[in-house]
Write a protein that binds this ligand. Sequence first.
Ligand code: SAM
Length: 221
Amino acid sequence: MSKPPRIRVPNLPEALSASYDRVAENYNEMIVKSKYGGPTWFFETCQSIAKPEIRVLDLACACGNVGQEIHRRNPSANLIGLDIAPKMIDQARKTNAYAKLLVHDLNMPIAAVPAQTIDLALALGCLEFVNDLEMTLKEIRRTLVAGGEFYLTLQCHNPEDLNKPAVTSSGPFQHYAYTANEARDLFSKTGFDVKTLKENTGYVASTGFATPYLFIEAVAL
Ligand SMILES: C[S@@+](CC[C@H](N)C(=O)[O-])C[C@H]1O[C@@H](n2cnc3c(N)ncnc32)[C@H](O)[C@@H]1O
């Protein structure tokens, strides 16, 4: 079987932030409708959120659902949230769960977060939009202490399976997907050890497409 072409066009930050700004007020309805599974997996898998004063970086926090639940379970957690969409950050602010919230594009260095100051990072349902995943992973690794934990999802690609294309799109932007081997290579290049990697449906798109994801638990070396 010939491999489908892997054509990637960089996503424009303006297109991403405008699209997510538009849905900020009904984001909660959207995630229920789409059976979005990232947060459920995170809370089932992560054992460390109860640690006193744990420093958490919630990358692409959207309207702050995950941070709010972390704060409910552990009020001593120190949370930083960031997202490219200002209206998502406005919603996240209403949760009162975060010590700091930033409008930030994950394609850029996270200058507001010093090196080795984070114990737990999470990037759920967002890394499919970044243009240079290796650069973004290096930057996340910079923020983490050695032994720090990283929970993330990636859209899953398999060149042998037409249901797992390398690129899909929604509106004006693309979703980039990775094979399990590509993901493992990227983690070993950027200073992480992959603890668990499993494949499952991440969410069901409005077209009915059950979007395959990799759910990954990694540790900073
Ligand atoms: C599907 S939501 C996931 C939100 C949240 N992590 C969760 O699990 O509920 C995707 C979020 O990623 C944000 N996002 C997309 N591209 C981004 C980028 N380049 N930098 C920062 N945030 C981005 C969007 O604004 C949106 O809030």
